[in-house]
Design a protein around this ligand. Structure first.
Ligand code: SF4
Length: 319
């Protein structure tokens, strides 16, 4: 049975600016299965958040999808009219952001924000029914229903982030895009939040795209990991495979640069160089100026995605 929920095909996203065009996502193809958690990782500016925003067609101007398809249950989001996309947003595909304070309305109580969300999208639902649904959602998030009366500023950062998930899930979507959801949380609250996300994923049979630069987060939660570099996919594989046998030199560099208590690491090995200029990206493999294993072909031809030991890896070493 085909349980593909999202099929991104050769997606290119551009931001025209005065000095040229930023190729923020450059030919990304990726499939996501129902119920899986996909960790999308890479350095800042690698295109991971742009990819998340593109799925909901929420790119900030002048960003635009230049080409490619985003099939959601077989229907292409890129070619949908705005009305159809509006029906998907929130109802079928939800997104939660880094900082809940900027996403929640500071002037309205949490209860009112839940009720407005429900009444905007669910025709015929009355206020009492909406409140009951909001109370039940709060309880599944481990928050007392009495707190519906409160305003965002009366809650802790962790509680606000849980409220954001609740807002995302109240319409019962099947795909949740979480963009750096733990950035504003301390490590203890972050761990609790990730546990909650894992529980909700099972409870609601949710498919999640977890966008993060924190490999620890994806290790805890993701079934598969996609590593992005310079707007392209470097490597995709099962979480355990990516952590234990990374193939792409960029993935290897990323893992070598984070502390691992299971390894005898006298020193961390930071990666040399800086992320590429996406207005004038390097020719061939976009990682070649930083790659310790660069070969002649790497500077001339962009590597396609090769299949190797269950990984999909864009690197000439595996041709
Ligand atoms: Fe390094 Fe070449 Fe592989 Fe790119 S294609 S990661 S430059 S070895």
């Amino acid at each position: 049975m085909n349980n593909t929920i999202l099929d991104i095909q050769d997606l290119k996203v551009e931001f025209p600016i005065n000095i040229g065009t930023v190729r923020a996502v450059d030919g990304v193809s990726l499939k996501l299965n129902q119920g899986e958690v996909m960790g999308l990782v890479g350095e800042s500016g690698c295109g991971k958040s742009t990819l998340g925003f593109s799925i909901l067609r929420l790119l900030r101007p002048p960003g635009r999808i230049a080409s490619g398809r985003i099939l959601y249950h077989g229907r292409d989001i890129v070619s949908m009219d705005e009305k159809e996309v509006l029906k998907l947003r929130g109802r079928r595909i939800a997104m939660i952001f880094q900082d809940p304070l900027t996403s929640l309305n500071p002037l309205f109580s949490i209860g009112r924000q839940f009720v407005e969300t429900l009444q905007t999208h669910e025709k015929g639902i009355n206020k009492k029914q909406a409140i009951l649904q909001a109370e039940s959602m709060l309880e599944s998030l481990g928050i007392s229903k009495e707190r519906l009366q409160e305003f965002p500023h009366q809650m802790s950062g962790g509680m606000r982030q849980r409220i954001m998930i609740g807002m995302g899930l109240i319409l019962n979507p099947d795909l949740l895009i979480a963009d750096e959801p733990t950035t504003s949380l301390d490590v203890i609250v972050e761990a609790q939040f990730l546990d909650l996300l894992a529980d909700l994923c099972r409870q609601y049979n949710l498919t999640i795209i977890l966008i993060t630069h924190n490999l620890g987060n994806v290790a805890q939660l993701a079934d598969r990991i996609t590593v992005m570099y310079g707007g392209t996919l470097a490597e995709v594989g099962l979480s355990g495979d990516i952590f234990h046998t990374p193939l792409h030199p960029y993935t290897q560099g990323l893992l070598a640069s984070i502390p691992n208590i299971k390894l005898d690491q006298p020193e961390l090995s930071p990666m040399e160089g800086s992320p590429p200029d996406l207005v004038n990206p390097p020719t061939g493999c976009v990682f070649h100026p930083r790659c310790p294993q660069v070969m002649d072909i790497c500077t001339r031809q962009r590597p396609p995605a090769f299949q190797k030991n269950g990984h999909q890896v864009s690197c000439w070493l595996y041709r």
